[in-house]
Design a protein around this ligand. Structure first.
Ligand code: IVH
Length: 675
């Protein structure tokens, strides 16, 4: 059955609507309808075209899916050559460019269109009578490859120009590229299919565009920004670069929102700086900015030299990757006690600064990249990110270069405090076990010690801690209790009144509880709940410091790992010393040693559901376990109690059905003594 008039006009209407929404989405970046609605329009068109194949036209939006593979790309000649850009490196070269432009034009100051320099592939899109007839790569600038089937799969490329006011022939010049998120998605999909992943978005975009099978191109998340025009016949274009780009946008093309008209050299530098600051947040790669003399009549007067226009220049950002020699591998200790291998480098300029160190992350990374002292390496520095060693140029390795082993290198000791350094099973990091005494961890340890839920020393914030540690007034947390008024007043921005307040708060903190004190020590994995269990089980500090791992594991929620951490902590003589000193400075009420049989939730099975506003679910779980409860994930007839937070769902319903006792968050807090 052939299509009725009605069907024909519906198909036409759908195509117009789809083109309109594509324009809103890609050119204006301002969609009017949700994606799902757009998809529904596409599906309707697809099904009509399936029913009436005679209605399919090459410019139908359904034709972006790609077609059967071709043998090779045909060669095509551009209507106008695709030029390249001269580069300017450094302020002087840009200044020289501007001076030459002004001299040739005999002008005082010139307007430029400032654009980002996209890092993808140049493509020319040829429209005849408003229809996309050809897409071509740059090639040698005169002739390129015909990639029409491929560019048609790129949704941001209009298959038809908007409106009716356009030249009979127009070549639109644009850059095909991939966003960071598109790139991540593609690589994730490749990994899933066990296919090779791409090194960077540029390679992925190039690979995608140069597919002989356009169905593969269609699956690659490619997009475009247009930055100029080539041949124009049978019509006119505006007289300035800036207006031309706005015009292209009106015709349905996607133009970068970063395009700006600037006046004179000074504003060029400003633009460069502004874009440079936002470079990492753009979501796609750029390698510099481009300045183009705005007036087209000026462009014509300036002309070109060897395929590069005299009226445009690329002002590149400093390269983000460089090659240098790695002289040695050292080990640094961070605030959290992690030992990080650091590459010492022969100084090299990367990303605009001189780099002498780069992180090697951890032992696994060193092994994976096989980095050795003396190697020639590629270093990368992007934005504010810490420089890192990307890879080794193995061909340049000297004979006899040895593999690096972090633990062996530090002889199993923290290079800062001499406490034992450990790498636990399943962990990538090597850690210092020095906790309280390690200078590298000192500030963090003091901050934690003073925090509200630990010793609760109000006014001892990070700025004061910085000064106290940097001036060596406090070496360990025990030194807090020997601080005097004169010392505190001597600190920067410390008024007498604040010093007195702080001293008073330090005094107040001397009266604490054993759980708080244990928590304040900052033993790895000993949170508030564990501290409480320890206190209840042992009753005092001394037996805890002496307990072996087996004895520690008798505490309800302490397993072998936490037991080992506690034992380890108190095995460090430095930690023991600090604990002994502190014991003389602070006091806590004696604890009635509770026998396990006396724990209030002994042998009770408890389920947590919904969200709690006062603590994380894990903390709540710890608390419950400290009271002897067994915490499980699902409600059954064996459940004794359900604690229901906000938005509790099916578990609550089930508990009610089974008649299990349910309490809310308030009742729970009262139960654990937090009400
Ligand atoms: S204009 C008039 N503008 O850079 C000269 N090119 O080095 C023609 N590129 O082949 C290029 N962003 O692939 C121009 N905003 C931009 C650009 C840009 C990236 C690429 C393009 C070109 C190469 C020249």
């Amino acid at each position: 059955m052939s299509a009725s008039k009605q069907v024909r006009s519906r198909v036409e209407a759908l195509r117009q609507q789809i083109a309109h929404h594509n324009y809103r989405y890609y050119a204006l970046d301002d969609p009017e309808i949700p994606d799902a609605e757009f998809d529904a329009l596409m599906r309707e068109l697809e099904s009509l075209e399936a029913e009436y194949p005679e209605l399919i036209t090459p410019d139908s939006p359904t034709q972006r899916v790609g077609g059967a593979p071709s043998e090779a790309f045909a060669e095509v000649e551009h209507g106008e050559p695709m030029l390249s850009l001269a580069n300017a490196f450094g302020e002087q070269e840009l200044t020289d460019f501007d001076r030459r432009v002004r001299e040739r034009l005999d002008a005082d100051e010139v307007d430029y269109t400032a654009e980002t320099k996209l890092d993808g592939l140049a493509v020319s899109l040829r429209y005849e009578n408003g229809e996309l007839v050809r897409g071509a790569t740059r090639g040698d600038g005169i002739r390129g490859e015909d990639v029409t089937a491929n560019v048609k799969t790129i949704k941001a490329v209009p298959l038809k120009l908007r409106g009716s006011e356009y030249p009979r022939v127009i070549e639109v010049r644009c850059e095909v590229f991939m966003t960071h998120s598109g790139f991540e998605r593609l690589n994730a999909a490749q990994r899933k299919k066990d296919l090779k992943t791409f090194a960077n978005p540029r390679n992925a975009a190039a690979g995608g565009l140069r597919q002989l099978d356009s169905r593969i191109t269609a699956e690659r998340p490619l997009t475009v920004f247009c930055y100029g025009v080539g041949q124009i016949s049978g019509g006119d274009a505006p007289d300035t670069q800036y207006e031309r780009l706005q015009w292209l946008k009106k015709l349905g093309h996607r133009v970068s929102p970063e395009v700006k008209r600037v006046h004179g050299l000074k504003e060029c530098f400003k633009y460069y700086e502004e874009i440079g600051n936002r470079r990492d947040k753009l979501g796609y790669d750029i390698d510099g900015v481009v300045f183009k003399v705005d007036r087209v009549d000026y462009q014509d007067r300036l002309g070109q030299v060897s395929r590069a226009p005299r009226w445009a220049v690329a002002y590149k950002f400093p390269a983000q990757e460089q090659t240098t020699r790695l002289t040695a591998i050292d080990v640094q200790v961070g605030r959290t006690g992690i030992l990080t291998p650091v590459a010492r480098l022969e100084p090299v300029r990367v990303g605009g600064v001189t780099v002498t160190n780069a992180t090697l992350h951890n032992q696994d990374e060193i092994d994976r990249k096989d980095v050795r002292a003396g190697d020639t390496v590629i270093v990368r520095r992007a934005g504010d990110v810490i420089p890192e060693v990307v890879s080794v140029i193995k061909e340049k390795r000297r004979k006899g270069a040895k593999r690096f082993n972090l633990l062996k290198h530090v002889k199993n000791k923290c290079p800062v405090c001499g406490s034992e350094a450990l790498r636990e099973e399943g962990e990538a990091a090597v850690r210092c076990t020095g906790g309280l005494v390690c200078a590298a961890q000192r500030k963090q340890a003091i901050f934690h010690f003073a925090s509200r839920r630990a010793m609760d020393i109000e006014g001892l914030g990070i700025k004061i801690i910085d000064q106290l540690v940097d001036n060596e007034l406090v070496k360990t947390v025990a030194d807090i209790y020997t601080l005097d008024r004169d010392t505190l007043i001597g600190l920067e921005r410390m008024a007498e009144k604040s010093a007195d307040n702080l001293l008073e708060n330090i005094e107040k903190s001397r009266d604490t509880t054993l759980p708080r004190f244990l928590y304040a020590l900052g033993i790895r994995d000993v949170g508030e709940a564990t501290a409480q269990s320890l206190a209840l089980h042992f009753g005092d500090l001394d037996p805890i410091m002496k307990a072996d791992e087996e004895a520690l594991q008798e505490v309800p929620d302490i397993g072998p790992i936490v037991a080992a951490h506690i034992r380890h902590f108190f095995d460090q003589p430095e930690n023991r010393q600090v604990a002994d000193r502190l014991r003389k400075e602070v006091r806590w009420p004696k604890i009635e040693k509770k026998r396990e049989e006396d724990l209030p939730l002994k042998d009770k099975t408890v389920v947590l559901t919904g969200t709690l506003s006062s603590m994380e679910r894990n903390q709540a779980k710890e608390r419950l376990m400290a009271l002897g409860a067994k915490v499980t994930g699902s409600v059954s007839k064996n459940t004794d109690l359900v604690i229901a937070g906000e938005k509790a769902g099916s578990k609550l319903t089930k508990a009610e059905k089974l008649g299990v006792e349910v309490i809310d968050e308030d009742a729970f807090l009262k139960m654990i003594g937090n009400g």
